[in-house]
Design a binder for this molecule. Structure first.
Ligand SMILES: Nc1nc2c(c(=O)[nH]1)N[C@H]1C(S)=C(S)[C@@H](COP(=O)(O)OP(=O)(O)OC[C@H]3O[C@@H](n4cnc5c(N)ncnc54)[C@H](O)[C@@H]3O)O[C@H]1N2
Ligand code: MOO
Ligand SMILES: [Mg+2]
Length: 403
């Protein structure tokens, strides 16, 4: 049997970051920026008001107080978006709203709360300091300044600053497009009745969701029966839009496990028994003229998910160009004893308590127990040579939290 580490190394040796592309801003969300982005303008782009109030000249309001308010005629109104009033003359003021351009001649903004709120004339009972409540042009970002460096991951706030400087396209590594196919003649689509001997396809939903959580775009193709020709034509159909293909099922020793036979016709996919539990039968290689990487994962749901976490997720992250490739692994005290198969790395569903730094196995170890998987937030990773984990042993814990 092949070791987990060898299989992972072979997989990653065949995976490269995707080539950068110019994408629309929202399509770049969740991607890695591959260019330095500099502002082509100052931010703020013009002097503007930080308050709803009045734009004034300082000499006209100096010393204003409750007892001796300054009284000024209001000669106009500047709302945000208006650029009509360019200047104010001595002895006058204008009403101004937050974000509106400050007219030349104005030295400060008086918030409306410091006044009687007058429309044609205003009583001001507190004097602002020079420049108070004016957001000056270029004080935040200067034209030419780099706002985001190549290598930055674009989350919501990075998308925000790009929009603020007017960028509608940016160069990023695109998200890998992951095609997910379930194989198995026993599978039925959600919404249809599962007849005798049939079950609903859960792997393709779970794996498509996992691919999205890893940062990819997922296309769930659905179910292909255990039929070589149908699998072949589905994969040929899908290759045009795939950067990566994931299948589940049909890779073990069954008489109708057709995935192996079919894929040997399409490209170079190797099938191995990997020394892990769950997830022993694994296939990986490339298919089609574009050499699209394909993972053929075992059909048992927990086996498919563990395989995704250990092999597929790091591959997706490498394609995205993001680090770290792997889930964080921490150490924790195990609250319950259990045994582990010799010679295999075991991934045990667990509940990790970060505060107590403990982990507790969740449910059984069998690879069809998907309900237990859904209750876990971690895998306890038991090394190949360990056959018994005792209560209070310190164990490695792979955290499944979203990162
Ligand atoms: N004689 C042997 N039999 C098996 C071995 C073995 O070494 N010798 N290995 C076992 C192990 S370990 C695993 S894991 C499975 C892998 O099986 P396959 O990849 O061939 O998958 P299938 O046989 O198609 O299905 C296995 C199991 O999972 C269910 N399944 C499949 N697809 C889905 C889906 N999309 N959604 C929900 N459930 C699914 C399927 O109904 C089967 O119960 O082989 C063992 N056997
Ligand atoms: O390896 Mo299978 O993946 O144990 O259930
Ligand atoms: Mg099988």
């Amino acid at each position: 049997m092949k070791s987990v580490d060898n299989h992972l190394a072979e997989v990653l040796a065949d995976i490269e970051p995707l080539a950068p592309m110019d994408l629309q801003l929202l399509d770049a969300h969740g991607c890695l920026l591959t260019e330095d982005v500099a502002a082509d303008r100052d931010l703020p782009a013009f002097d503007n008001s930080a308050m709803d109030g009045y734009a004034v000249r300082l000499p006209d309001v100096t010393g204003a107080s409750e007892e001796f308010p300054a009284l000024l005629p209001v000669v106009g109104d500047i709302m945000a978006g208006s650029a009509q009033i360019e200047r104010i003359n001595p002895g006058t003021c204008v009403r101004i709203m937050t974000g509106a351009p400050v007219p030349a001649g104005a030295d400060a903004i008086v918030p409306v709360e410091w006044t009687d709120g007058g429309i044609t004339q205003v009583r001001i009972h507190r004097a602002p300091a020079e420049g108070q409540f004016i957001r000056r042009r270029g004080t935040h970002i200067r034209a030419g300044e780099v706002v985001l460096r190549a290598g930055t991951w674009l989350g919501a706030t990075q998308i925000g600053v790009l929009a603020a400087i007017g960028r509608d396209r940016v160069k990023v590594r695109p998200k890998p497009r992951v095609v997910v196919v379930s194989t198995g003649s026993e599978l039925v689509e959600l919404g249809r009745e599962a007849g005798p001997g049939q079950i609903h396809d859960s792997n393709s939903f779970m794996l498509a969701a996992a691919a999205v959580e890893a940062g990819a775009v997922a296309y769930r193709v659905g179910i292909v029966p255990d039929d070589a020709e149908q699998l072949l034509s589905t994969l040929e159909d899908q290759l045009g839009r795939a950067d990566l293909v994931i299948t589940s099922g049909g890779v073990s020793q069954g008489a109708y496990d057709t995935v192996k036979e079919t894929l040997s016709r399409l490209g170079t996919v190797g099938f191995d028994r990997v020394a892990m539990n769950p997830g022993m039968p694994q296939g990986f290689g490339t298919i089609g003229t574009e050499a699209v990487p394909i993972f053929t994962l075992p059909g048992n749901p927990v086996s498919a998910y563990v395989s995704f976490e250990v092999f597929v997720r790091p591959a997706i992250r490498r394609m995205l160009g993001v680090e770290p490739l792997h889930r964080p692994v921490v150490q924790a005290r195990c609250l319950q004893a259990f045994s582990s198969p010799e010679g295999k790395r075991q991934y045990v569903r667990g509940w990790y308590d970060a505060e107590a730094e403990t982990v507790r196995p969740v449910g059984g170890h069998a690879s069809h127990l998907i309900g237990d998987l859904a209750q876990a937030n971690a895998f306890i990773v038991v090394p190949e040579e360990v056959t018994e984990v005792k209560r209070d042993d310190v164990v490695d814990v792979m955290l499944l939290e979203r990162t």
